[in-house]
Design a protein around this ligand. Structure first.
Ligand code: HEC
Length: 207
């Protein structure tokens, strides 16, 4: 009779002993092929002693300022744009430099201009192809909106606009906001904003 492991009668006593031994032997031989090398490597178990380090411990002390990825994010104006739980921060928590504004311009042109347009009028290419029209940055409401509002919109999205939380880092959000302020100023400037020595050029009397 042929040994058939799937036959329920295989396990009842009147089955010949050899027919049962042969498959078991084959199984043992196969298992002998399994190597233990990867199990018996030289890694150290947590908190086990180790001769490798001078203090005799395998676990190392944390590097200064290590932050757990599960630690709650601190609600400072710098990382949240919030004050008292509201997006009303209106003083830049970073210093405004030419480098920051240039970075903001570059990031804005990549991430925001496709919809908001290069000058912020809300006429970007995606909008021209049918995406809902965003408001112009030059309307009074957004000119007066606190910086925290822009930070909040980039972080959490707004109405039809989705969040840029995972694409625009926190420092880059401030850089973009600084550049949006530049755009807003550029569209509402007066002659007195232009340095006197350069005003002539605007009048068309330049050399
Ligand atoms: C895919 C298109 C798209 C992109 C890209 C985009 N936005 Fe928007 N944005 C919108 C739309 C649409 C609205 C209007 C949403 C609404 O009112 O439902 C909007 C609204 C806004 C508003 C106005 C919110 C208000 O108070 O009315 C701000 C500020 C803003 N976006 C900033 C940004 C910034 C900064 C970026 C780049 C990081 C960006 N957006 C990228 C489509 C976009």
């Amino acid at each position: 009779m042929r040994a058939n492991l799937f036959n329920p009668n295989f396990f009842i006593p009147n089955y010949c002993i050899l027919c049962r031994l042969i498959p078991c032997l084959l199984l043992c031989l196969t298992l002998c092929g399994c190597s233990q090398d990867m199990w018996n490597d030289s890694r150290l178990k947590p908190l086990a002693a180790s001769p490798v380090f001078v203090d005799g411990r395998s676990s190392r002390t944390l590097v200064a300022d290590t932050v757990s990825r599960y630690a709650p994010v601190m609600e400072t104006p710098l990382v949240s744009g919030m004050s008292g739980g509201k997006p009303i921060v209106d003083i830049f928590p970073v210093s405004i430099t030419r480098t920051l504004i240039n970075r903001g311009q570059q990031r804005y042109n990549i991430y925001c201009s496709p919809c908001h347009g290069k000058t912020g009028y809300g006429d970007g290419m995606i909008v021209q192809r049918g995406f809902p029209v965003p408001p112009s940055y030059h309307i009074n409401r957004l000119r007066r909106a606190p910086l925290g509002h822009f930070f909040d919109v980039i972080t959490n999205g707004y109405g039809n606009m989705y969040s840029y939380n995972d694409r625009v880092s926190i420092p880059d959000r401030w850089a973009i906001i600084a550049y949006i302020r530049v755009l807003q100023r550029s569209q509402n400037a007066t002659l007195s904003d232009v340095p006197p020595q350069e005003r002539q050029q605007l009048d068309g009397n330049s050399p």
